[in-house]
Write a protein that binds this ligand. Structure first.
Ligand SMILES: C[S@@+](CC[C@H](N)C(=O)[O-])C[C@H]1O[C@@H](n2cnc3c(N)ncnc32)[C@H](O)[C@@H]1O
Length: 265
């Protein structure tokens, strides 16, 4: 499952510490985090009004390259932008043929009107929209599109709602309430209202070994910045709960990818 991130009322670590926390767990992140379904990329093409094939694309907060690799496979001409040393190193190890520059969404290392498409998978919330929105508008060519998306937990699935309650107790934050608040990401994504976002939700699921599921949970910033022994104890208890629901040890994770796309006039 995913964990809503970040919580403004984060009891454990600062926003900056959480944003940087992935670097210590890049290999774990790459091996266990969920990818995104083909229907998501179809929706990006539809809402951006152009095919990915040949699109000059800047993938912001590229991390280990989970989204970048999918965009590249669809024929996009992708430049990855990633601030973190650990995540960038993992990206370069796995995807040496795709260019990556170190940088962040608040100050893109890209010239004006360069891009047909800017993508940001699971990372826009780490940027400051007071800077990242004007930066996106600067880097997009007229008619280009900004596409933001997040894998979010399908909280209408019983075991996922139960697990979210356990995570809430661990973090001291109501993750379902946070997820509902974040459900209207348009306001959070661009409080200035300069971008005219269209919204789409794409549901999908994957079946993974329980160890992969637990390592996925443990790769979220809220867990990476919690004391290790606390996280380890939580994940051990979580394993027992999960094996009651999935006695064969294969967990079916269900996600709603929340997609926002805005075109530059
Ligand atoms: C949850 S990961 C998402 C990685 C990748 N896009 C994916 O889909 O798996 C968030 C990424 O955002 C990066 N990040 C943190 N602060 C950022 C910022 N200000 N601008 C762009 N990316 C940032 C982190 O280093 C991390 O690689």
């Amino acid at each position: 499952m995913t964990v809503t991130e970040p919580s403004p009322a984060d009891p454990h670590a600062s926003h900056a510490a959480r944003a940087a926390s992935f670097n210590s767990a890049a290999a774990q992140y790459a091996a266990n985090r969920p990818s995104y379904p083909p229907a998501l990329l179809d929706a990006v093409e539809e809402l951006a009004g152009r095919p990915l094939q040949g699109a000059r694309t800047v993938d912001v907060g590229a991390g280990t390259g989970i989204a970048t690799a999918l965009l590249h496979a669809r024929g996009a001409d992708v430049l990855a932008v990633e601030p973190g040393a650990g995540m960038a190193a993992e990206f370069r190890r796995a995807l040496p043929h795709i260019p990556l520059v170190r940088g962040n969404g608040n100050a893109l290392p890209v010239t004006d009107a360069h891009a047909d498409l800017i993508t940001c998978a699971q990372a826009w919330h780490w940027t400051d929209p007071a800077h990242s929105v004007p930066e996106a508008l600067r880097v997009l060519r007229p008619g280009g599109a900004l596409a933001l998306w997040w894998n979010t937990d399908a909280l209408d699935v019983g075991w996922i709602a139960d697990a979210a309650r356990r995570v809430s107790r661990f973090l001291g934050v109501d993750v379902a309430a946070e997820a509902r608040k974040a459900g209207d990401r348009i306001e959070l994504a661009d409080p200035s209202g300069r971008l005219d976002f269209v919204r789409r939700t794409v549901r999908w699921s994957r079946r993974v070994p329980v160890d992969t599921h637990l390592a996925n949970i443990g790769s979220h910033s809220a867990f990476l910045t919690s004391p290790e022994e606390r996280t380890t104890a939580f994940l051990a208890e979580e394993r027992a709960h999960l094996l009651e629901v999935f006695p064969d040890g294969t967990v079916e994770e269900t996600y709603d990818v929340r997609l926002l796309v805005a075109r530059k006039p």
